[in-house]
Write a new protein. Sequence first.
Length: 139
Amino acid sequence: MRFRTVTSIAVVLLLTCVSQVPAQDPGEPLRPADPIQQLRLTPDQRQRIRAILAQNKDERQTTNRRLREARLALDQSLDADPVDESLVEQRLNDLAAAQAAQLRLRIQTELKIRRELRPGQLQTLRRLRLRANSRGIAR
């Protein structure tokens, strides 16, 4: 789960940075440390991906805020004296729901972005994920 989260966040962040990466000269060799260049996104793809990320910016911020608040509420219920186990359970359920909402939004965004990628770019993305997994990032 953690690998998937880290990788997906990295993909979204990398794709967010697309506007800051100049188009690659086709004669220039790929730098293995730069996933954006390895994907070889066209300017049109970069524009569409930026639009996808902009479309759900407010929802992403709301979902992230909800998750932070749910974590804080759970921590506060655990620190209460005496601990109300039913309240802890409710806060745990709230946290799980917030995590599920965040995951759902991230996956929906990734699916939209994947639709913008060509088959070769999808292969490159899979290869980058496998490489990240082999480096020991736990799933």
